[in-house]
Design a protein around this ligand. Structure first.
Ligand code: DHB
Ligand code: FE
Length: 286
């Protein structure tokens, strides 16, 4: 059976791609951010996942404002990226796991989540930057199932809905008969606003509250409306919806193993967090 071994939350700021290309990891600006990935590398080397389910938001590469699904699941054998105009190298393709994708899609639809299914899907910086951070250098040792959440064009799904989407995906993974070690990843955030009067807005106090609550009491965060969230976290801070879905997918006993919070990376409060999900213990106890 498949096991969800843990989760990772990471920002996806495109400028990170440029810093990697220019080998700036040890520059004073970048070092406090990149060092937050030392633990991630150690944990991934120990945990050895086979597949990553990546909750992210597309920024206009695969979907645009004319057609934008609230939730979409990739079901491709390979995911390519393209030039998004950030001046960063185009990522190499990432292999998919169509069989696991269909397990998720079938299970989600049976659970009344009417998702868009994508047998072709371009992935943007919201997938490729966290991948490059998690597995620098060598070939990526995992397949991915990308799950897109609309954080771009209002109305957005609620925090509660994204938590439930994650929970449904968690159940779909747990009931998958293949012996796979799965990690779940939430990308983006934390607080940031890229445009308008509040461009550059960051809210450390609120980010810390989110990082505390998401572990032990994610339900507490569902009382914020999307409008409250924009007020507290900035108009792009709503990318936290991806983190809520990632948290929902961890159906075991969740604990925070490591946290790095650094302000700013470009315009964004960057959080890098590793979560343990004790599913095996839960199963043994059952
Ligand atoms: C930035 C942050 C984002 O989430 C994004 O998608 C693009 C840019 C930034 O802070 O520069
Ligand atoms: Fe973004």
């Amino acid at each position: 059976m498949a096991v969800i071994v843990g989760g990772i939350g990471s920002t996806h700021v495109p400028a990170i791609g440029k810093a990697i290309a220019e080998k700036k990891q040890n520059d004073p600006y970048w070092q406090p951010f990149f060092k937050g990935f030392d633990y991630v590398h150690y944990w991934l080397a120990r945990t050895k996942p086979d597949v990553a389910v990546v909750f992210y938001n597309d920024h206009g590469l695969n979907f645009f404002l004319d057609k934008l699904p609230t939730f979409a699941v990739g079901a491709a054998a390979e995911y390519r990226s393209e030039d998004e105009g950030w001046g960063i190298p185009v990522s190499r393709p990432i292999p998919g796991d169509p069989a696991l994708s269909w397990q998720l899609i079938n299970s989600l639809v049976a659970d009344e989540f009417d998702v868009t299914m994508c047998q072709e899907m371009l992935i943007d910086h919201a997938v490729t930057i966290p991948m490059a951070l998690m597995w620098p250098g060598a070939a990526w040792p995992v397949k991915i199932v990308p799950v897109e959440i609309n954080t771009v064009q209002h109305p957005l799904p609620t925090l509660a809905r994204c938590l439930k989407l994650g929970r449904s995906i968690g159940r779909a993974i747990e009931s998958y008969e293949q012996d796979l070690r799965v990690i779940v990843i939430g990308t983006g955030g934390l607080s940031h606003q890229l445009d308008g009067k509040r461009a550059g807005f960051i809210n450390k106090e609120f980010d810390e509250l989110c990082l505390d609550k998401i572990v032990a009491d994610p339900e507490a965060l569902t009382r914020y409306s999307i409008h409250d969230w924009v007020e507290q976290s900035g108009s792009q801070g709503v990318e936290f919806l991806n983190w809520m879905a990632m948290r929902g997918a961890m159906t075991g006993r969740v604990s925070e193993l490591n946290r790095n919070y650094h302000i700013p990376i470009s315009n964004t409060a960057a959080a890098t967090v590793v979560y343990d999900n004790q599913m095996e213990a839960k199963r043994k106890a059952a």
